[in-house]
Design a protein around this ligand. Structure first.
Ligand code: IPM
Ligand code: MG
Length: 333
C-alpha cells in the first residue's frame, strides 16, 4: 500500500518478535534496531505467539515492543476508533449506539506500571511475592496531556481524562497536571472520569467521547474495549510517537492494535485494514504527507461502503481474503 502511494520512499523489512526468535535471534535483533535507527518510521507487524505464553517477558516476542517503545521514547500512543458506515451491525452494541462513532484514545506509553521499578518476583520470609510499580513524573503527564489537547483542538474539542484518583496517588498527580495544562486550552472542554466509570460509559454512550487521555495500563485496557465497539479489532490502527524528529516529521512506530491472530496465521484471512490504516497514520505523522494519508483512509471507507468484507465481518456472506481485500482498497485509491 505504502509503496504504491509513495514509490519514492525506501522500504526495508526486518525480523522482530516471534519471527526473530524462530531464527535464533533476539526478539529485537541488533540489526533490526540499527535499521530503525536509520529510518524515519517503523511499520510494525504484530507480536505474540501462544508457545511463549507463561514465559518471562525477557523471553517473549512482546519484549521487542517493550524495548522499541522505551528506547525511542514513544510516549504518545494514538488509537483512533471509528465505526465504518455499513459496519454498525457488526458491533456487539446496538447499531444506533455506535453509528458514526469516532473517538481517539491517547495512551501514555512509556511510563506507569509497565516500566516503574521495582518490578520483580521475589521470596521474602519464605513467601513468594511480586511487585510492579506505578510511577509518574509531572513532565511525563504534561507532555501526553499536551498531545491530547492539541488533538482535541483538531476535532470536536472535548477531552476526557481518565484516572483513578480516589485511590491512586499517581492519578492525583495526573489530574492536577492535566488540569494545569488545560488552562492553556480554554477552547477545549475537559472532563475527568474514574477508570471504572469510563469503562462503563464507553459501552453505554460511546459516541459522547471525542479524545480520551489516560495512563499506560488504563489505556491498554480501555483501547481494547473501545476497539471492539467497531465489531472487529482487525480494523484499528495506532501510532506511537516519540520525542525525536527525523526528516519528514516525528519518528514513530505504527501498528495494528489487535496483536496477532495465531488461529488464522498463514490462511490469508486476516483483516488488513488495521495495517493499511497504520500506514496512513505513518504518512501523516512521520512523513508529513496528510494528503496521501487521507487518500488511503478514503479508499478504506469506500471499500466498506461498497459492502466488501473479510471473513470475521462477513456474517456468513461472501468474504474476501487478505490479498483480495487489499487489492480492493488499492483499486479505490
Ligand atoms: C498493546 C498490547 C501490548 C501492551 C502488549 C503486546 C505488550 O496489548 O499494544 O496494547 O500491553 O501494551
Ligand atoms: Mg493491549
Amino acid at each position: 500500500m505504502l509503496s504504491i502511494v509513495r514509490p519514492d520512499v525506501t522500504y526495508t523489512e526486518a525480523a522482530v518478535g516471534g519471527a526473530a526468535l524462530a531464527q535464533g535471534l533476539a526478539a529485537l535483533p541488533d540489526e533490526t534496531r540499527a535499521l530503525c535507527d536509520r529510518s524515519e518510521a517503523i511499520l510494525f507487524g504484530s507480536v505474540g505467539l501462544p508457545e511463549y505464553e507463561g514465559k518471562p517477558l525477557s523471553e517473549r516476542p512482546e519484549l521487542a515492543l517493550f524495548l522499541l517503545r522505551r528506547d525511542y521514547e514513544l510516549y504518545a500512543n494514538l488509537r483512533p476508533v471509528r465505526v465504518f458506515a455499513g459496519l454498525e451491525e457488526a458491533s456487539s452494541l446496538r447499531a444506533e449506539l455506535v453509528r458514526g462513532l469516532d473517538l481517539v484514545v491517547v495512551r501514555e506509553l512509556t511510563g506507569g506500571i509497565y516500566y516503574g521499578q521495582p518490578k520483580e518476583q521475589r521470596r521474602v520470609n519464605g513467601v513468594d511475592e511480586a511487585v510492579d510499580t506505578m510511577i509518574y513524573r509531572a513532565p511525563e503527564v504534561e507532555r501526553i496531556a499536551r498531545i491530547a489537547f492539541e488533538l482535541a483542538r483538531t476535532r470536536r474539542r472535548h477531552l476526557t481524562s481518565v484516572d483513578k484518583q480516589n485511590i491512586l496517588e499517581t492519578s492525583r498527580l495526573w489530574r492536577r497536571v492535566v488540569e494545569g495544562v488545560g488552562r492553556d486550552y480554554p477552547d477545549v472542554t475537559l472532563t475527568h472520569l474514574l477508570v471504572d466509570n469510563a469503562a462503563m460509559q464507553l459501552v453505554r454512550r460511546p459516541r459522547d467521547f471525542d479524545v480520551i487521555v489516560t495512563e499506560n495500563m488504563f489505556g491498554d485496557i480501555l483501547s481494547d474495549e473501545a476497539a471492539i465497539l467497531t465489531g472487529s479489532i482487525g480494523t484499528l490502527p495506532s501510532a506511537s510517537l516519540g520525542t525525536q524528529r527525523r526528516a519528514g516529521g516525528r519518528f514513530g512506530l505504527y501498528e495494528p492494535i489487535g496483536g496477532t491472530a495465531p488461529d488464522i496465521a498463514g490462511k490469508n484471512a486476516a483483516n488488513p485494514t488495521a495495517a493499511i490504516l497504520s500506514a496512513a497514520m505513518l504518512l501523516r505523522h512521520s512523513l508529513g504527507d496528510a494528503e496521501n494519508a487521507a487518500r488511503v483512509e478514503r479508499a478504506v471507507d469506500r471499500t466498506y461502503a461498497d459492502g466488501l468484507r473479510t471473513v470475521e465481518l462477513a456474517s456468513g456472506g461472501a468474504a474476501l481474503s487478505t490479498d483480495a481485500f487489499t487489492e480492493a482498497v488499492i483499486a479505490r485509491l
